[in-house]
Design a protein around this ligand. Structure first.
Ligand code: G3P
Length: 220
């Protein structure tokens, strides 16, 4: 399962690269605004740091303008995936760009039929927003399960990218279901490492070790 980092902050990407857990990055207009950086410069820098796909979202709503933005964004680097909203124009842009070999991430997906349309439009990724569905009393992970089932029926190659992740349980469920990718905010990625019994066990091991007076390979 691939882990993408859900952030537009270059320093967050840099600080997590060494973990070996970052297979790609996703951004959106809100994350760009939060980062305070210039969009094209930010995407260019992130795309040069990360080998995998870096999603950059179009902000126009009509086909021609959205396509122009998509061309500009995909021209920044080979690993840029153009993000388009799940609208009629968005899926038209998706078809045009994927026919040219450009990766497209279709975002703001909240139903299985929307995901089916994105698959038919040749999307590389479909992004169901699980947290936002949960927020309004829906079941985000159930949507992921439905999409995986439908894509499997028709052998669709669109990868299911679980987005709007709010806690480690979303990641665990996505992995159990066999979702292709999960995009994770940095604070939640750090939470995946944690377990109180790991901390407790480590503390006990190290305290016992100190009593031996030994060191491995000389003084630390
Ligand atoms: O990348 C988009 C998505 O992950 C947004 O998450 O928390 O704003 O619903 P959130």
């Amino acid at each position: 399962m691939k882990f993408f980092l859900d952030t537009a902050k270059v320093e967050e990407v840099e600080s997590l690269l060494d973990t070996g857990m970052v297979d790609g990055v996703t951004t959106n207009p809100s994350l760009i605004a939060k980062s305070g950086g210039d969009m094209l410069e930010t995407i260019g820098r992130i795309a040069s740091l990360v080998e995998g796909p870096v999603s950059a979202e179009c902000v126009s709503e009509d086909y021609d303008s959205m396509l122009r933005e998509g061309e500009l964004l995909s021209g920044l680097a080979k690993n840029v995936a153009v993000k388009v909203p799940l609208t009629v124009a968005g899926l038209r842009v998706c078809r045009t760009l994927s026919d040219r070999g450009v990766m497209v991430n279709v975002t703001l997906c909240f139903s299985v039929v929307q995901a089916l349309l994105a698959g038919k439009a040749g999307a590389s990724f479909i992004s169901p927003f699980v947290g936002r569905l949960d927020d309004v009393g829906g079941d985000g992970m159930n949507l992921v399960e439905e999409i995986l089932e439908v894509y499997d029926h028709y052998g669709m190659e669109t990868e299911v990218l679980v987005a709007s992740v709010r806690h480690p349980h979303h990641v665990a469920e996505a992995a159990r279901m066999g979702a292709d990718v999960v995009t994770i905010p940095p604070d939640i990625l750090y939470k995946l490492y944690g377990h109180p019994l790991t901390d407790k066990g480590l503390e006990a091991f190290l305290s016992d070790w100190r009593k031996t007076g030994q060191s491995i390979g000389g003084k630390a």
